[in-house]
Ligand binder design. Structure first.
Ligand code: CTP
Ligand code: CA
Length: 239
């Protein structure tokens, strides 16, 4: 491990990570998707594996190789991701929702290919809201489990970013929210990232900047300080 980086400090911790972007089908050949590459989620999984954690990774359309050393599950839609995450939740100590989940899906999926001569000059798609998986996991988790969300916001100032993040963490009721900003750094590089972690009360826990792997290590350190191994060694009645 690198200097200053804890070695195998997550040994025995069961980490569940979602990453990539879901796709919502319109018909057999078309979908509504997003541009998430899954890079930060893969970096988180690889960082957790390197530190000895037992990692389960649920990927939706990754643009890169899945993380080595993790158990891999693949999903397509938000609903499939939801079913998978709920099924895997009981086996996890730490859950990180790094996936870009489609906010809406087509109300109906056409059984055959949608044809222009049928739909005409203007095609109106009706979309319905997908369930909020992060909020659901946070609401159904056990006391000892830690649930972490991600949010990419376009804020002009740190203050605006903080207030958007605080509103989101309050709405989702997750333990931590990683604010993934677009706009802090000039020439926002695909291999780098700048993040801020808020706790459930909206307090700033850490800020980190660097490669997605170094940021991943900072996130893991920040969110794993309250994990079962630590809680277990606390004497009874400790605050
Ligand atoms: N998320 C989720 N289920 C959804 C939408 C989002 O679990 N249906 C999760 C994402 O994986 C992420 C977090 O919620 O960890 C925040 O996602 P984001 O898109 O920023 O939040 P939304 O609630 O969708 O709000 P908006 O897109 O309107 O900002
Ligand atoms: Ca969203």
């Amino acid at each position: 491990s690198k200097p200053g980086e804890p070695d195998r400090d997550l040994e025995g911790l069961r980490v569940l990570i979602s990453a990539g972007g879901t796709r919502e089908p319109l018909d057999p050949v078309r979908f509504i998707g997003n541009r998430s590459s899954g890079k930060q989620g893969v970096a988180l999984a690889e960082a957790a594996v390197a530190r000895g954690a037992e990692v389960t990774f649920v990927g939706a359309h990754l643009e890169i190789e899945p993380p080595r050393g993790a158990t891999i599950h693949s999903v397509e839609t938000a609903e499939e991701l939801r079913v998978e995450m709920i099924a895997l939740l009981p086996e996890a100590d730490l859950v990180i929702m790094a996936a870009a989940v489609a906010d809406y899906r087509p109300r109906t999926v056409s059984e055959g290919k949608i044809k222009k001569d049928v739909t005409g000059d203007v095609l109106t798609l009706e979309l319905v809201k997908n369930p909020d998986i992060l909020a659901e996991l946070a609401a159904s988790k056990a006391e000892h489990q830690v649930v972490v969300g991600f949010a990419a916001e376009t804020a002009r100032t740190q203050e605006e970013l903080l207030s958007l993040g605080r509103a989101k963490v309050a709405r989702k009721r997750c333990d931590y929210l990683v604010l993934n900003t677009v706009g802090w750094t000039e020439g926002f590089a695909t291999d780098g990232n700048t993040i801020m972690v808020l706790d459930r009360d909206g307090h700033r826990v850490i800020e980190a900047e660097g490669t997605k792997l170094s940021v991943a290590h900072s996130i893991l350190t920040a969110v794993s300080t309250r994990t079962p191994s630590e809680i277990a060694v606390e004497p009874p009645g400790a605050p």
